[in-house]
Design a binder for this molecule. Structure first.
Ligand SMILES: [Zn+2]
Length: 392
């Protein structure tokens, strides 16, 4: 009779338990006390003490005095990242700039680098980021445990399939980072913003969430428990390239009638569909319309209201398709929703199927003040690092 091997001994279960404690500390919005983690994970007090001691020994966690009455090592001490503990690198490329954050457990940035880039120089921005990574690794040897990169591109099987905003096609965007010899992640910008919102922002604690993010164009992701839904190639969530608002003009992506043309920068700027939506003149014109609308300019407000109507209509269609409990918006989509909430809501409700209208999923704007993409990209890196390999 064959025996079934199961991880039943304390020794075999130890890595999984250590990982759960690390994950609980990392996910907490503020450094938790040992007592909080003990209760959240339903651990015995003795077990929690042993696990925390082990994590301190491994230089993954430290305990900090939470108040003058308490001494480190007490259950009331806060669990914080070890000062020599593991770090991740979180790189963000936008249509005209880049950032590289070095992030510790819990999501705090310990150092940052940033620069501009010129799309005419192709993928040279990746070399600039790789050079910044080399500097971090030289200064903090042995501590970088994972890397993730997000960019305004359709990501497929770990590479860039198409990036109209950057002028890239079929780029192995992780190639300049393989020397790191750590887990590497590549993620679309809107997906990263959604992950950030679900783990650290307005969607925290919700199960099924639709997130929409607009930079020069609009995209998004459907998240289940903070994790984007899987798809065949990793190229899903291109909501901006669906004819959600009834248009039929050709889009730079190759499709026709894309929602992006109705709600993105081109629509705000009021320019032709064949204009470059990431071009400086379009960016400036779109930003000007938003600023004027904020100042109460009637013509600008009328333009934003038209865009908000098409945004609301598309959100209604996506809610019909995906049945989320909450919709969150970031980037330009959040600004449009704040400037023209009524046209957006009217169009949203009218696009919903009748049975949904009595309790439509709420639409909330981002709680992360423009940092969702950076935070979400860091979370992709942490997902690569926070595995049992770290505590074996
Ligand atoms: Zn398109």
């Amino acid at each position: 009779v064959p025996t079934i091997a199961s991880p039943s001994t304390a020794r075999e279960l130890r890595p999984a338990s250590l990982l759960k404690v690390l994950r609980a500390v990392h996910d907490s919005p503020v450094p938790p006390t040992r007592a909080m983690v003990t209760s959240q994970l339903r651990l015995g007090r003795g077990t929690a003490a042993v696990l925390v001691a082990d994590l301190k020994e491994r230089r993954l966690l430290a305990e900090a005095d939470a108040g003058s009455r308490h001494r480190p090592g007490r259950p009331t001490a806060q669990l914080v990242p070890h000062p020599e503990g593991p770090l991740v690198l979180s790189a963000v490329v936008t249509h005209d700039g880049w950032t590289l954050d070095t992030v510790e457990l819990g999501g705090g940035t310990v150092r940052g680098a940033a620069g501009r880039h010129d799309r005419r120089r192709g993928t040279r921005v990746l070399d600039a980021i790789a050079a910044a990574c080399r500097q971090v690794v030289a200064d903090l040897p042995g501590r970088v445990g994972a890397f993730a990169l997000s960019l305004p591109a359709t990501v497929r099987r770990g590479g860039v399939a198409q990036a109209a905003l950057l002028g890239w096609a079929d780029v192995d965007a992780l190639a300049p980072f393989r020397w790191l010899d750590t887990p590497l992640g590549l993620v679309n910008d809107a997906t990263a913003a959604g992950i950030g919102e679900a783990r650290r922002g307005a969607a925290r604690g919700h199960d099924v969430v639709l997130h929409l993010h607009a930079d020069a164009g609009i995209g998004g992701t459907l998240l289940i428990g903070g994790v984007p839904v899987r798809d065949a190639q990793g190229a899903g969530g291109e909501f901006g390239h669906m004819p959600l608002a009834g248009g039929d003009r050709p889009c730079r992506c190759g499709a026709h009638g894309c929602w992006d043309l109705d709600v993105g920068n081109l629509a705000l700027a009021g320019t032709d569909a064949d204009a470059d939506s990431a071009g400086r003149s379009v960016q400036r014109a779109a930003a000007r319309v938003l600023t004027s609308a904020q100042a109460g300019d009637p013509a600008a407000l009328a333009r934003v209201s038209t865009v908000a109507t098409k945004l609301g209509r598309g959100i209604g269609a996506l809610v019909n398709a995906h049945d989320p409990e909450l919709v969150t918006l970031s980037g330009g989509a959040a600004m449009i929703a704040a400037l023209a909430p009524d046209p957006l809501r009217t169009a949203y409700l009218s696009a919903l199927m009748l049975f949904r209208r009595s309790s439509p999923p709420p639409i909330r704007t981002s709680a992360l003040d423009g940092d969702g993409q950076r935070l979400g990209t860091a979370e992709v890196a942490f997902d690569g690092m926070l595995t049992e390999a770290l505590v074996r």
